[in-house]
Ligand binder design. Structure first.
Ligand code: 13P
Length: 339
């Protein structure tokens, strides 16, 4: 297989006006999402759903990469083309979630540590053979009374750094994702504080593990009030706090920052991305790497029926287009209303 450098993969992923489709839901997560619409989480349904997403006509105008789950990387389209190849043919870079999920951290009952480092070197080699060009590892940090603890932040940062080092060794671009959850009633300022502390620790660990910052992407949430906080920050306030936090904590050598949606509504995720994108003069490229904020309407519309495929694809394409415009600071209510 032809060698492709980390920087050329990154340049493809960061193509202006494009973002990443996170479709890497693990078995429990996709089962939860399907259950909302009474769709049984069978191998065939998961495959049909992902094929519907990836085969959306014209989605490659707005999507540069797709993050897959292990099962999906090994599945094929109904015409027998492996998904990584089907994506690559459309100019969409295939990626893979490589962590094995977050579990309760021993001694810290309300906090989590992400597992999956054992055997990772071997799995990465196989993923590369299967066509993956980038990887993702998600750490979960929860805000609450007395949490996150420094121990939880450090342990997760250490795992992220080991993952990133192994990915780069394998010729795969790591997307380093420390997600600070929206759950809780904390104010926006508390989220800002926790994201700042977390990112500073993550970059310290990345440095300690000799990860080349030029060869990775950061995936983070925006600075938001907890979802049960009575005062939700205005869009402009969210954008300002997010940009300030990133400027304080993310080295300029990082080529790009991609946002997760984290449970925001589709429209809020787009509006806030648009506001962040208008900040201007930032050292990194910014774009989206949304899961739910790209898929929610499409999944609801699809509902598990082949007859709804076209309508569901139109939903996905619309969200991808709105978010594409948002990365350029050109999203508007007219764009939301559709063509
Ligand atoms: P959401 O955009 O739904 O948060 O998913 C993104 C993701 O990849 C979470 O790991």
């Amino acid at each position: 297989m032809k060698e492709i450098s980390l920087s050329s993969i990154i340049q493809s992923l960061l193509t202006p006006g494009k973002g990443i489709l996170a479709a890497d839901e693990s078995f429990p997560t996709i089962e939860r999402r399907f259950k909302e619409f009474a769709i049984p989480s069978t191998t065939a349904n998961r495959c049909a759903y992902r094929e519907m997403l990836f085969a959306t006509p014209g989605v490659n105008e707005f999507i540069s990469g797709a993050i897959l789950f292990d099962e999906t990387l090994r599945q094929q389209t109904s015409t027998g083309i492996p998904f990584p190849e089907a994506l690559a043919r459309q100019g969409i870079v295939p990626g893979i979630k490589v962590d094995l999920g977050a579990v309760a951290m021993a001694g810290f009952a309300s906090e989590k540590i992400t597992q999956g480092l054992d055997g990772l070197r071997e799995r990465l080699a196989e993923y590369r053979e299967l066509g993956a060009r980038f990887t993702k590892w998600r750490a979960v940090i929860k805000i609450g009374d007395q949490i996150p603890t420094r121990t939880c932040i450090e342990a997760n940062a250490e795992a992220l750094a080991q993952f990133a080092a192994l990915s780069q060794e394998a010729g795969l671009v790591p997307i380093v994702e420390p997600e600070v959850l929206m759950d809780g009633s904390h104010p926006l300022a508390r989220c800002e504080e926790v994201i700042t502390v977390t990112l500073i620790q993550v970059f310290e660990s990345l440095f300690a593990h000799k990860v080349a910052l030029e060869g990775m992407l950061l995936k983070t949430g925006m600075v938001l009030s907890g979802k049960d906080c009575p005062t939700q920050g205005e869009t402009a306030e969210v954008a300002e706090a997010t940009v300030r936090t990133l400027l304080r904590a993310v080295p300029a050598a990082v080529p790009g920052i991609v946002f997760l949606s984290g449970g925001q509504s589709e429209q809020a995720a787009t509006e806030r991305l648009n506001a962040i994108s208008t900040a201007g003069n930032l050292p990194w490229k910014l774009t989206f790497s949304y899961g739910r904020a790209l898929q929610d309407s499409a999944l609801k519309t699809w509902g598990g029926s082949a007859e709804n495929v076209n309508a569901a694809q139109a939903m996905l394409k619309h969200r991808a287009k709105c978010n594409s415009l948002a990365t350029l600071g050109k999203y508007s209510t007219a764009a939301e209303a559709g063509p």
